[in-house]
Write a protein that binds this ligand. Structure first.
Ligand code: CNA
Length: 258
């Protein structure tokens, strides 16, 4: 199918939808300048970065937290320096229009919230808060940034324990899973955007959808969790290019304001 045909197909689904949900992955933020894991310029293909599997592995973190913090210090600077993409803004617009009920994101870059989405479930947690692994003391993002200026590994002010941001690492339990299942099951249209669908249990969510499922992703996509699932449209296009075209088709007066 050509791009205009795909846009037409998805526009028809969107026109009939009252309860849209987005499941987003790292591919949605690549055009903002934040590398994904498995895309062509993803962290897994870069040689200048220490093994990304280990950076976000909880056992590796416990052995050597400095490895994670070398990455995290740069990640926080990068997140501050980039802007939400057209597609982040499009889904915030759909929320304001009363069409998008919820964004379930695997991302930890906070770009959905900065674009204006308020109903966001961060299934892999976020950078907003931190927990001391010894005493459970809680701190915020500002505290983390200040500590990272002087410390290789931020230590708890109260007990000196190692502090970890509330990002879900490989080997940890995801957040809000029941709520994520509920919104996905209740959606009449689920967009799955910029995810290779390789990381369960987030990757198992599309199979729970009872309504239409539209997958927008270019590049690596694991079909295992979609097996036996009817996908209403599968768009292998650049994400912003597709959603700009969809916005022009579905909301001609608003597309440039998104
Ligand atoms: P992933 O496995 O890296 O997959 C991303 C997918 O998006 C790949 O198939 C890419 O080919 C595709 N893609 C990238 N850019 C585009 C584009 N412009 N147009 C179309 N397709 C594109 O990422 P997932 O989210 O599936 O993996 C889950 C991990 C990655 C989660 O735990 C995230 O926390 C983690 N992650 C998040 C960020 C972030 O917050 N921005 C960055 C890197 C990794």
């Amino acid at each position: 199918m050509s791009l205009p045909e795909q846009v037409e197909r998805v526009a028809e689904l969107l026109a009939g939808a009252r309860n849209v949900v987005l499941l987003s992955g790292a591919g949605l933020s690549t055009s903002a300048g934040i590398a994904d894991f498995r895309g062509p310029n993803g962290l897994y293909r870069r040689l200048d970065i220490e093994d990304p599997e280990l950076i976000f592995d909880i056992r590796a973190f416990m052995r050597d937290p400095a490895r994670f913090y070398r990455f995290h210090r740069e990640f926080l600077k990068q997140v501050e320096s980039v802007e939400p993409t057209y597609t982040h803004r499009f889904f915030a617009f759909l929320e304001r229009a009363g069409v998008c009920r919820c964004v379930v994101t695997q991302n930890i870059d906070s770009l959905h919230q900065r674009a204006g989405s308020s109903n966001v479930l961060e299934i892999h947690g976020g950078i907003w808060e931190n927990t001391c692994l010894s005493c459970g003391g809680r701190t915020d993002l500002k505290w983390m940034k200040e500590k990272l200026v002087f410390q290789d590994v931020p230590r708890c002010d109260a007990c000196g324990g190692i502090v970890k941001p509330d990002i879900v690492f490989f080997g940890e339990i995801v957040k809000h899973f029941e709520a994520c299942c509920e919104v996905v099951e209740g959606a009449d249209l689920l967009f799955v955007v910029g995810s290779s669908l390789t990381v369960p249990p987030a990757a198992t969510l599309p199979a729970r959808a009872r309504g239409d499922v539209v997958v927008v992703n270019k590049g690596e996509l694991c079909e295992d969790f979609l097996r036996g699932k009817r996908v209403s449209a599968r768009v292998e296009e650049d994400i912003d290019r597709f959603f700009e075209a969809l916005a022009r088709r579905s909301f001609p007066g608003e597309a440039s304001l998104v």
